[in-house]
Design a protein around this ligand. Structure first.
Ligand SMILES: Nc1ncnc2c1ncn2[C@@H]1O[C@H](COP(=O)(O)OP(=O)(O)OP(=O)(O)O)[C@@H](O)[C@H]1O
Length: 210
């Protein structure tokens, strides 16, 4: 279980703090929604370690995540777009996900096959469609093997059909690899299709939506 307990943060001393508490289970997608400016990116930045809370707790099972630098957190982040190095091939982008000693073409090809991109590994990322790029980023996440996946509006740049297939893939990978997937989305249909739990940010706190 990924668990935040009263994770407190403020950008300026004079403002009221965010105080985030929530749970995200393994193998499930947990959705976070909220109005523009309500603090969704702030929450993801706290989970990823780009921001440090002034108090509270953040644990993954028995591990305290707060002392860990972003690169040492068991966390991958997938944004709306710009997740890849455009000049590198799909294989090159996926390969970057693995620690140096463990790199290998066979693992990369397996990961690309799992996201439905067999045969496209040699293509420069700049020549791939939006949906294909998100699949490459998911293949890289597979090889990083980090159990927390943070998704910030990952389907927003995709057309409706592609959106559906990439969304289904995220659900399948989360389930198969027991990821704790945290999905920030404005879209009720994405949340309804994927999420087991849904929190809304209201007044700087998370409330579970029913
Ligand atoms: N570095 C910063 N310094 C000061 N205030 C900030 C900083 N980053 C964000 N904020 C403010 O904190 C609030 C929450 O911002 P955040 O980006 O987390 O919202 P959001 O819900 O992700 O918004 P959106 O849906 O528009 O992306 C906003 O009022 C924003 O202006």
């Amino acid at each position: 279980m990924l668990r935040a307990s009263d994770l407190e943060f403020r950008y300026r001393p004079e403002e009221a703090p965010y105080r985030f508490s929530f749970e995200a289970a393994a193998g499930e997608v947990t959705a976070i929604s909220g109005a523009s400016g309500s603090g969704k990116s702030t929450l993801l930045d706290l989970l990823a370690g780009f921001l440090q809370p002034s108090r509270g707790a953040l644990t993954l099972d028995d591990t305290n995540l707060l002392p860990l630098e972003p690169e040492h957190r068991p966390v991958s982040l997938l944004l709306q777009s710009d997740n890849l190095f455009e000049h590198l091939s799909a294989v090159g982008n996926v390969d970057l996900g693995m620690p140096r000693g463990e790199r290998g073409r066979e693992k990369v090809d397996d990961a690309l096959a799992e996201v439905g991109l067999s045969g496209l590994g040699g293509r420069p990322a700049s020549t791939l469609s939006g949906g294909q790029k998100q699949r490459v980023a998911l293949a890289r996440t597979l090889l990083r093997n980090r159990p927390v996946l943070l998704l910030d509006e990952p389907f927003s740049a995709l057309d409706d059909e592609t959106r559906g297939t990439v969304r289904t893939l995220v659900g399948e990978l989360t389930n198969r690899h027991s990821w704790h997937t945290v999905l920030v989305s404005h879209h009720a249909d994405d949340i309804a299709a994927l999420a087991s739990r849904h929190y809304r940010i209201i007044d700087k706190k998370l409330s579970e939506a029913v």
